[in-house]
Design a protein around this ligand. Structure first.
Ligand SMILES: *[C@@H]1O[C@H](CO)[C@@H](O)[C@H](O)[C@H]1NC(C)=O
Ligand SMILES: *[C@@H]1O[C@H](CO)[C@@H](O)[C@H](O)[C@H]1NC(C)=O
Length: 444
C-alpha cells in the first residue's frame, strides 16, 4: 500500500503546484501595481483639469482686460511690486492673473506644478476688502507640496497621501494670507523629500529652467524651478539638510533658511515626524535678498505668535537689519566632510571680498564638528527607530528609482547593518558609518 504522502509529493504534482503559486503571486503583484498606476493616472488627470482651469481664468481675464501690462508686472522686483500694489497704482487682479498665466506657461516646459489653488480667485476679492493693506497685499505666493493648504493634498510623492486634503491652512500660509498674500499654486517635490533631486511617481520629474536636461535640485525643487523661470515671485519651501539652499543655488535664485523654530512648523508635513536632531525650517525663496527680508518682516508679527505658541515672540529686528555697523563674520570655504566644488569656493571668496569692501571683518574658521555631527547626531537621530518610520512611508508605493538604493539600506535588519558596517569599516568608511548609524537606538 502506498504511503499517502507519496502521491502528494509526486514530482509532477509538486512542480505544478509550485508553478501555480509563482504565477498567482506574480498575478497578484501585477494586479496591485496596475491598481497603483491607475491611481497615478487619476491624480495626473485631476492635476491637468485644475491647471486647465487656471489657464482658462487667466485667458478670460486677459481678454476682458487687454490693457494689462504683463511684461512690466513680471519684471518688477517684489519690493517694488508690493509698493505699487499697496499704493494703488497696480490692481491686485492684474498681478494675480498675470502670474497664473506665466506659471501655466513655464510649467509646460519644466513640470513644476502639482496643484492649482482655485480658492485664490475668491481670496482676491477678500484681499481687496482689506482696510489696512498687509505687507504682502496682492502678492501671489507659490507653496511647496509639503506645506498644508486647506482642501488640497500634501503628497510628498506618495500615493497614500492622495485625496487626503488638509483640514486647515498651515500657520505660515494663514499669516501670509492675513498680510494680503494670495497663495495660488503648489509645487513639486522628490518622493519622500529627503533628496536633492525633484521627481516622484505621481507628478514626474521637474526640470531645471536654466537647462532642461538638469535637475532643479531638491527637495524644494518645484519652487526653485518655478521662481527661477519667472512663474512666481515668492515661494515657501522647507529645509533640513539643504532643501531650500540647493534648489536656490541650482536655479539661480535666493533662499533663506531661518533658525528652526523662528517660524511656525504647524501644518508642515514631514517624512520623519517627531525627530528633533535635525530641526527643519520653513523659509522663503525669491529672486533677490530684499524679497526674503520682506517675507520675514511680514511673517514675524503678532498673528504668527498667537497662532503658534511654540514660536518665540521675537519681531523682525529692523534696527539690526538696517544697521550699517561693521560686523565680525565667520566663514569657511570647505568643511571636513565634503569637498566644495571650485565654483562654490569661488562664490564664498567673492562674497568675503564684497563684505570686506563694505567694512566688515571676516574671520576664517574650520568646522571640525561636521563629520561627527552628520553621522552621530543627524543620521542617528533621524533613523533612531532603526529607520522604520522612513521605510513605512514607502510600503505599498510605486518607488522612484533614486529612492531604491537608500531604501534597501534602511530596510536591512539591524544585525545585518552592523555586520556590513563592520566589514566595510576599513574599506568604505563613510558607508560603514552610515549603516552603523541606521540601527535602532534604545531609549535611555
Ligand atoms: C507707487 O509706488 C511706486 C513705486 O515705489 C512709485 O513709483 C509710484 O509713483 C507710486 N504711486 C503713487 C500713486 O503713489
Ligand atoms: C545642458 O546640460 C547638458 C548636460 O547635461 C550639456 O551637454 C548642455 O551643453 C547644456 N546646455 C546648455 C544650454 O548649457
Amino acid at each position: 500500500m502506498p504511503f499517502p504522502g507519496e502521491t502528494w509529493l509526486s514530482p509532477y504534482l509538486g512542480t505544478a503546484v509550485l508553478c501555480c503559486l509563482v504565477v498567482t503571486i506574480w498575478l497578484l503583484r501585477w494586479k496591485r501595481r496596475a491598481a497603483l498606476w491607475k491611481q497615478v493616472e487619476e491624480a495626473r488627470r485631476k492635476r491637468e483639469q485644475r491647471l486647465e482651469r487656471m489657464q482658462k481664468v487667466a485667458l478670460t481675464f486677459r481678454e476682458q482686460n487687454p490693457g494689462v501690462e504683463a511684461d512690466r508686472i513680471l519684471s518688477l522686483p517684489l519690493v517694488e511690486l508690493s509698493e505699487e500694489l499697496r499704493n494703488g497704482s497696480l490692481p491686485p487682479e492684474h498681478v494675480l492673473y498675470t502670474y497664473l498665466d506665466k506659471a501655466f506657461q513655464v510649467n509646460k516646459d519644466i513640470n513644476c506644478l502639482t496643484d492649482y489653488l482655485q480658492e485664490c480667485e475668491s481670496q482676491l476679492q477678500e484681499v481687496k476688502k482689506q482696510e489696512k493693506k498687509g505687507l504682502l497685499y496682492g502678492i501671489p505666493v507659490s507653496v511647496k507640496d509639503s506645506i498644508e493648504c486647506k482642501g488640497h493634498d500634501s503628497t510628498m510623492g506618495f500615493l497614500k497621501n492622495l485625496n487626503r486634503p488638509a483640514a486647515e491652512d498651515s500657520v505660515v500660509v494663514q499669516v501670509l494670507k492675513r498680510q494680503g498674500a494670495i497663495p495660488f499654486v503648489k509645487s513639486n517635490v522628490p518622493q519622500g523629500l529627503l533628496s536633492y533631486d525633484c521627481s516622484n511617481v505621481i507628478f514626474g520629474p521637474t526640470a531645471n529652467p536654466l537647462n532642461h536636461t538638469r535637475s532643479p535640485g531638491g527637495s524644494s525643487g518645484g519652487e526653485g524651478a518655478l521662481i527661477g523661470s519667472g512663474g512666481s515671485i515668492l515661494g515657501i519651501g522647507t529645509d533640513i539638510g539643504g532643501s531650500l539652499r540647493i534648489p536656490a543655488a541650482f536655479c539661480g535664485i535666493c533662499a533663506f533658511k531661518p533658525t528652526g523654530s523662528r517660524l511656525s512648523q504647524k501644518g508642515m508635513v514631514a517624512i520623519l515626524r517627531g525627530q528633533k536632531s535635525a530641526i527643519p525650517a520653513i523659509g522663503p525663496m525669491a529672486r533677490d535678498v530684499d524679497s526674503l527680508a520682506l517675507y520675514m518682516r511680514a511673517l514675524l508679527c503678532d498673528d504668527l505668535f498667537r497662532l503658534d505658541s511654540s514660536v518665540p515672540p521675537m519681531p523682525f529686528k529692523e534696527e539690526v537689519y538696517a544697521s550699517s555697523r561693521p560686523l565680525r563674520i565667520g566663514y569657511h570655504d570647505t568643511d571636513s566632510l565634503t569637498l566644495a566644488t571650485p565654483s562654490m569656493r569661488r562664490a564664498v571668496l567673492e562674497t568675503k571680498k564684497l563684505l570686506e569692501d563694505a567694512g566688515h571683518t571676516l574671520v576664517p574658521f574650520k568646522p571640525h564638528f561636521s563629520e561627527d555631527f552628520f553621522f552621530n547626531v543627524c543620521l542617528t537621530g533621524l533613523f533612531a527607530d532603526g529607520s522604520s518610520t522612513y521605510v513605512d512611508n514607502f510600503k505599498g508605493e510605486l518607488k522612484e528609482p533614486y529612492a531604491r538604493q537608500f531604501l534597501l539600506m534602511t530596510k536591512m535588519p539591524d544585525w545585518f547593518k552592523k555586520l556590513i558596517s563592520w566589514i566595510t569599516g576599513p574599506i568604505i568608511p563613510r558607508l560603514s558609518k552610515m549603516l552603523g548609524n541606521l540601527v535602532t537606538r534604545k531609549a535611555l
